[in-house]
Write a protein that binds this ligand. Structure first.
Ligand code: C5P
Length: 228
């Protein structure tokens, strides 16, 4: 049976939180995995929107609609504007946990021997979607954790963020071309993909994850149509 295309929203890349007009707090996310996910979804004929942070990697499939963000607040606005008509949202962006409480209007000068910048917590975008998401939507988050805490932290995030799947990666995944992952869901045992000895290329992993998301969405549609 040929299934109709799904509508994907994918967020990728780092955030940049400004300190002053020329400096920011960022992270080492390359955006590579999220971009590979967008290409893999588009190649399967899915309508795909990519929300892309300040990354040097871009989708190659011309049908991917790309919108850019820098700050977590901009990303949150884009997600909230675009989520309503999507079937699947994959949050592969590496969002800052803390940002400067204020942005200095002028470039900070090198004056005193030290400088203190006060940081405030960034609201959890994914967890905040629980009140706006629609029941049929499939939402996937990521968790970058030290290897020793991978399973435990990812399971806690699955509950706290109220998402359908968490892809847990060891810290080494960031800025790499390969990936090792644990897929954590409510209704299945953890599934390990790639290993320390045989990590998967991010392109290969992206194709696998899109196939998995498509299958989960189909299964959800089947169970809805089967229920009385
Ligand atoms: O809690 P932690 O940042 O480890 O969770 C990772 C997941 O949550 C990722 O999918 C990330 O994009 C998302 N996240 C978010 N808003 C934040 C921080 C992380 O949606 N402020």
């Amino acid at each position: 049976m040929i299934m109709p295309p799904n509508r994907y929203l994918i967020a990728a890349g780092p955030t940049r939180e400004p300190i002053d007009p020329v400096r920011y707090i960022g992270n080492r996310s390359s955006g590579r995995l999220g971009v590979a996910l967008a290409d893999a979804a588009a190649r399967r004929g899915h309508a795909t929107t990519l929300l892309l942070g300040p990354s040097g990697v871009f989708p190659s499939d011309p049908s991917v609609l790309t919108e850019r963000f820098e700050r977590a607040e901009e990303l949150e606005r884009l997600i909230r504007d675009r989520l309503h008509d999507r079937d699947i949202f994959i949050m592969a962006a590496a969002v800052a946990d803390y940002r400067p409480r204020t942005r200095q209007a002028d470039k900070i000068r090198r004056e005193g021997p030290s400088l203190t910048i006060e940081l405030e917590q960034v609201p959890d975008i994914l967890a905040g979607l629980a009140d706006v998401r629609r029941p049929h939507q499939l939402i996937v988050g990521f968790a970058l954790e030290p290897r020793s805490k991978l399973l435990e932290s990812a399971q806690a995030k699955l509950e706290r963020k109220q998402v359908d799947m968490i892809v847990a990666n060891p810290l080494e995944t960031m800025d790499a071309t390969t990936i090792e992952a644990l897929l954590i869901r409510h209704d299945a045992p953890p599934e390990s993909v790639g290993s320390t000895h045989a990590p998967l290329d991010k392109q290969v992993f992206a194709s696998m994850l899109i196939d998995r998301c498509d299958a989960l969405l189909d299964a959800r549609a089947d169970s809805r149509s089967a229920s009385p």
